[in-house]
Design a binder for this molecule. Structure first.
Ligand SMILES: [Cu+2]
Length: 181
């Protein structure tokens, strides 16, 4: 045998775990349980977690509700929807945001009804004045997500899709015009 490595000596496979290693393993175990528990606590008390209710809805049903909402909504000269009340319907569909453009007011709490009519889409809204500020939610077919939202600054908010949904994904854009209330 001409290996430069010497074989280990004695019963090296039969040596008990070193006390320091046991302590490290114990500490790592306790720490992982703590952060695991923290995940559960954080979903309840963390204030950046999206809230709201989710309902089962078929794309046809949601589409009908959106049409009904559209009929009752007002319109600006440029054809921007003005919701009649606190409910705002937005449907994602390849490759547009139905229900936009829409005009909302600052300081008013709206109930955004969000769903998709076909595949999974990502609802990402960003104010033009600060594009790094954003809210990201999922628009899923079969589910209606009702999220309470209040805008504190008047601005043009861009609605883009951030879940790849097909060839027209990159052109999927809508706007929410927020004016002083
Ligand atoms: Cu998309």
């Amino acid at each position: 045998m001409s290996s430069p490595l010497k074989p280990p000596e004695g019963n090296w496979w039969d040596v008990p775990v070193d006390r320091r290693e046991s302590i490290y393993l114990g500490l790592a175990g306790i720490w992982s349980l703590l952060i695991f528990g923290w995940m559960s606590i954080f979903t309840r008390i963390g204030d950046q977690n999206p809230i709201g209710d989710t309902y089962r809805v078929s794309p046809e049903e949601f589409s009908e509700n959106l049409s009904e909402y559209r009929e009752n909504a007002g319109e600006t000269e440029d054809g921007v929807l003005i919701p009649d009340g606190e409910d705002v319907y937005i449907a994602a569909a390849q490759f547009a945001w139905q229900g936009t453009p829409v005009q909302l007011e600052t300081g008013k709490t709206y109930k955004i009804h969000l769903s998709s009519l076909d595949v999974q889409h990502g609802f990402s809204i960003r104010p033009e004045g600060n594009l790094t500020r954003q809210v990201n939610l999922l628009a899923l077919p079969g589910y209606e997500w009702v999220i309470e939202m209040e805008f504190d600054e008047a601005d043009t908010y861009h609605v883009i899709c951030n879940e790849f949904c097909g060839v027209g994904h990159s052109s999927m854009h809508g706007t929410i015009e927020v004016v002083e209330g």
